[in-house]
Design a protein around this ligand. Structure first.
Ligand SMILES: [Zn+2]
Length: 568
């Protein structure tokens, strides 16, 4: 069947479908523009809380006018940005799409790499091992669908754009949004990109100040254990370094203004690339990262996090108004979710073991510097102190003088398989010893050997780890932090973090807004893996193997499966 006819068939099938948007008179018409908004580190609880605030406009509008899945959570263990975005992009687990973490160790090269790293282009989706919703949209319309993705973080933009879309992210070293040669040949980048980079900062204030009087905030400003970025203290106002300096560009990532310039670029793309204007449906992904950086630096219970959510609420409200006037109400479909949740600053958790707050890694800063010099959003974690201790223990127990653990790139420990084989040692017993030693540390809850993942029984953590195991990328042992602990640099650069298989890190919003959706709040358990198949059905695209069933409140299954006769 040729593609035009396949679409005609799909349209005919869906036109016969009485359940589309629960409107019996509806004929199938895909939204002119589908928008995926991923707010980095936005928890499910905060989405609900903000939607119910009297002052709310954006969250409230989405909550009251959309289809809200109030009980959504990831079902994979490594709650981090790259696996989250790749899961939304592909609709499958990291064990299928291969993006097991933000970074992983590559044995052949002997070092860790960011998930978006590609030797030829610098940044690309080369490591993504599964097809995306965007890829389906691209092929169904023979490349005529416009697909764009923007984020402060490269890993927040690259995966949702798929193999054929265009991705843009922010670079501290060049002080603006960039792309790579994977998307545009050198020198052929769109003119609107440099125009936006030159103009967007001029509209920004000289400091991040409170939106409201201090008494209006529920959270204290001056708290211990916050770790503001360079040049800022833990109290408002947060004055930016002189515009144009590297420090200024760095500080913007830790402020709501970072989201403002990201959203500004999204609108520049909509207008300059004429998204949502012709009969071919387009896809735009906007990933907002300020919530994540602010949560890491000041903690999710900070006045900074609270002010950011007020500003995010406004930004979303303005964006919905913009879509209404530019695309038209009912002509766009928006999905909102997050890449992971968040846990509090460990020291603020009542009863938390003070010995178990952080696993220090003095190499983090070195990796961070490496990142900044290449312009990648790379935060590598290698815990050399743990590796050294583990090696000392194993060498003395086994009476060998070779390192048996090559690296720990959280959450995976990579063993020295070559040495283990050469020395005739048994991997299982080494795993057992390593696991016992790791689990004896207060900041580590579990150490699960990869060999156990085939037989999880009713061990939920084991199941969640199985969903992030990918051959050639995962290590031999998965290290689970204690509830109130996380991996940090030495000295630490972050106050709080996520990344664990605990529910606080896994629960995220999943909601849909726009098109002709009937508002609903649904309590059924869903996962962000439902987003790709649901949008695919709304766009009239075929469902891919391994996908969950599309969410019926948003896009109902066609009930008639009659092929129209071949046209003469
Ligand atoms: Zn984060």
């Amino acid at each position: 069947m040729n593609p035009t006819r396949r679409l005609a068939t799909m349209a005919a099938l869906l036109a016969l479908n009485p359940g589309w948007a629960q409107d019996t008179d509806a004929t199938f018409e895909p939204p002119a523009l589908t928008v995926i908004v991923v707010v980095d580190q936005l928890t499910a609880d905060r989405t609900r809380e903000w939607a119910h605030k009297a002052s709310s406009s954006g969250f409230r509008r989405l909550w009251q006018g959309g289809v809200v899945y109030g009980n959504a959570a990831y079902d994979h263990a490594t709650s981090a940005t790259a696996p989250g975005h790749a899961t939304i992009a592909t609709g499958v687990h990291p064990s299928k799409h291969g993006v097991i973490s933000n970074f992983w160790y590559e044995r052949e090269v002997g070092r860790q790499f960011p998930s978006v790293w590609d030797r030829e282009h610098g940044v690309s989706p080369a490591r993504l091992a599964a097809p995306t919703l965007a890829d389906s949209l691209h092929s169904a319309h023979q490349g005529r669908a416009k697909i764009f993705s923007v984020s402060i973080k490269d890993r927040g933009a690259v995966f949702i754009a798929g193999q054929h879309g265009k991705a843009f992210w922010y670079s501290v070293s060049s002080g603006g949004f960039v792309t790579s040669s994977f998307y545009y040949p050198e020198g052929a980048q769109p003119e609107w990109l440099s125009a936006h980079n030159e103009s967007s900062y001029r509209q920004l204030p000289a400091a991040w100040e409170l939106l409201m009087p201090g008494e209006a905030y529920a959270h204290e400003d001056d708290r211990r254990h916050e770790m503001p970025p360079q040049g800022w203290s833990n109290v408002f106002p947060h004055s930016y370094a002189p515009a144009g300096t590297r420090l200024y560009y760095d500080q913007l990532r830790y402020a709501p203004d970072g989201d403002r310039i990201t959203m500004g670029l999204a609108q520049v793309i909509i207008e300059n690339e004429s998204l949502g204007e012709d009969e071919v449906p387009d896809l735009l992904s906007v990933s907002l990262s300020a919530t994540d950086r602010i949560g890491h630096a000041f903690g999710p219970g900070s006045r900074e996090a609270e002010d950011n959510l007020h500003r995010l609420d406004r930004l979303l409200s303005e964006f919905l108004d913009y879509l209404d006037s530019r695309i038209g109400p009912g002509r766009y479909l928006l999905a909102l979710s997050s890449d992971h949740g968040m846990r509090p600053i460990p020291e603020y958790v009542p009863g938390a073991d003070p010995e178990a707050t952080r696993i220090f890694s003095r190499r983090l800063i070195e990796a961070l510097n490496r990142q900044l010099s290449t312009g990648l959003n790379t935060i590598g974690v290698q815990d050399f102190r743990v590796v050294q201790g583990l090696n000392r223990q194993l060498s003395s127990e086994l009476n060998v003088d070779e390192d048996l653990v090559t690296s720990i790139v959280m959450p995976w420990a990579y063993f020295n398989l070559a040495a283990i084989e050469r020395l005739g040692l048994d991997l299982d017993s080494i795993s057992h010893m390593a696991g016992e030693w790791l689990e004896a540390r207060p900041e580590i809850a579990r150490a699960v050997p990869a060999s156990r993942l085939d037989d999880c029984g009713d061990d939920r953590i084991c199941e969640l780890i199985r969903n992030v195991w990918f051959s050639g990328r995962s290590g031999e042992m998965y290290v689970v932090e204690s509830q109130n602990s996380f991996v940090s640099a030495d000295p630490p650069v972050y106050a709080a973090s996520h990344g664990s298989p605990y529910l606080a890190d896994l629960r995220v919003p999943v909601l849909f807004y726009g098109a002709s959706l009937k508002p609903a709040i649904v309590d059924r358990r869903v996962t962000p893996r439902h987003i790709a198949p649901t949008l695919a059905r709304a766009l009239g695209l075929p469902l891919l193997e391994g996908w969950e069933k599309p969410l019926a409140e948003v896009a109902v299954e066609p009930t008639v499966t009659v092929e129209p006769a071949e046209p003469q």
